[in-house]
Design a protein around this ligand. Structure first.
Ligand code: ACO
Length: 311
């Protein structure tokens, strides 16, 4: 027999309404959402690193201001998402510990180096573009705090994608060397950006249940296809080539076919052996340690406030 609580939860899901922190929810739902939302938060925070490396090397004051704003947005996204994850019951300090100890995953894409200024363009256009494709449907995720956080995040991601596209457009219409630099960045980020959507559906252990719970609305492969269909005409408008000889329009399916992705590489990156995993985690641990005095000051202040309120 289903409990009244379970029935209420099932009803919320079946009528496609929202589950809020005060509602009873199955432990498996709470656990899987905590996993996804915290991994998402970690990705935003680690994702600041490849671009932050270029702030001091941006080619103009304007580019520098835009890039700084963008990197700060990512920090903000991490904070909204940690707040959303905390409403599920796990404190942020615990989530953070899971990241620092290497127990929690973060997006594979941020383990690739940003080698040139054109990478700022490719990251904005392809990485943030993939993020939007994946995240717009998450605005309708069944868990209220997650869905609401995603709305604001998606608006900011749209600006991020647009600024990346514009960097690439300028470069691809510049000198031959600049065009080459833009092409090289796209060559390196195309495959890893497609892998951001996660493993193929047949190898995605969480998808089916997440879709039944209205957390995910589309499968990994469906969103990947949507992304490929979106970027092909955009690449043409940029005058750049997507590095996939198998990419071609399939009249019957009404979609672009694309080539096999390197899933061995993906597995090795998410298991910690990508080109920058060690560097990213080292940097994050250092930043956390450097922030200790802020946490201590905030804690001392909170204690004083509590003492004064009690007096
Ligand atoms: N990088 C790292 N890990 C990944 C990736 C990836 N690109 N894709 C899948 N995984 C992990 C999953 O987290 C899962 O690991 P776990 O079971 O240990 O938690 C495992 O691989 C199997 O994948 P799925 O069963 O397909 O996992 P899931 O249903 O959670 O789908 C997805 C993965 C699509 C990434 C989903 O979690 C999601 O939509 N997350 C929110 C978006 C997000 O995190 N974006 C971060 C990058 S964008 C940005 O920050 C700008």
């Amino acid at each position: 027999d289903l409990t009244a609580e379970q029935q209420h939860f099932d009803h919320l899901i079946s009528e496609d309404s929202r589950v809020e922190p005060r509602d009873w929810m199955p432990e498996a739902y709470r656990k899987s959402l905590t996993r996804q939302v915290s991994q998402h938060a970690h990705s935003e925070i680690i994702g600041m690193q490849p671009e932050a490396n270029w702030i001091t090397r941006a080619p103009s004051l304007k580019r520098k201001a835009v890039l700084m704003a963008k990197v700060q947005d990512e920090a903000g996204h991490g904070l909204y998402l940690y707040s959303a994850a905390e409403t599920l019951g796990t404190p942020r300090s615990v989530l953070n510990e899971q990241l620092l100890s290497g127990k929690a995953k973060y997006s594979s894409i941020f383990n690739y180096p940003a080698r040139t200024w054109a990478d700022m363009g490719a990251i904005g256009w392809l990485v943030d573009g993939a993020a939007i494709c994946n995240q717009v449907p998450l605005c309708r995720a069944s868990y209220g705090p997650y869905g609401r956080a995603m709305v604001r995040i998606c608006k900011e991601e749209s600006f991020h994608q647009r600024q990346g596209w514009e960097i690439l457009y300028e470069l691809s219409h510049g000198t031959e060397a600049q065009k080459q630099m833009a092409q090289d960045a796209v060559n390196r980020f195309y495959g890893p950006a497609l892998q951001m959507f996660g493993p193929p559906d047949a190898d995605s252990p969480n998808s089916q249940q997440s879709m039944q719970w209205n957390i995910k609305r589309f499968s990994n492969d469906e969103l990947r296809q949507r992304f490929v269909d979106m970027i092909v005409p955009q690449a043409e408008a940029l005058g750049l080539t997507l590095p996939d000889p198998d990419l071609k329009w399939n009249e019957e399916r009404g979609h672009y076919d694309y080539g096999q992705l390197d899933w061995d590489e993906f597995m090795s990156v998410i298991q910690g052996s990508g080109p920058c995993n060690v560097q990213r985690m080292k940097r994050r641990r250092e930043a956390h340690a450097n922030g200790a005095w802020v946490r201590e000051a905030a804690e001392a202040y909170a204690q004083r406030q509590a003492r004064e309120a009690a007096e």
